[in-house]
Ligand binder design. Structure first.
Ligand SMILES: [Zn+2]
Length: 83
């Protein structure tokens, strides 16, 4: 699979460890377990972390609207994992 970075247009191959966002393992302090937040290759849109950060900044109005609408501004990952 080949994709082009949404920020800079560079070609990258999202299978494996290339591309962002990446699958993350979030530690849950209450249960002492790690929760896997899976990101599929086709869901990666940036070739580097800095490109993802740049793009978010450039599109902050849309990103801000999205994040505000999620109603999850208390650092709580529950709404993400139990939707
Ligand atoms: Zn890029």
């Amino acid at each position: 699979m080949r994709k082009y970075c949404k920020n800079c247009g560079q070609k990258f191959y999202p299978k494996g460890w290339t591309g962002y966002p990446q699958t993350e393992y979030a530690y849950d302090f209450e249960s002492g377990t790690h929760e896997r937040a899976e990101v599929l290759p086709e869901q990666k849109h940036f070739h580097s972390l800095s490109c993802m950060k740049e793009w978010i900044a450039k599109n902050i109005e849309a990103v801000d609207l999205f994040l505000t609408t999620m109603g999850n501004d208390d650092n709580n990952i529950e709404t993400n994992n139990h939707n």
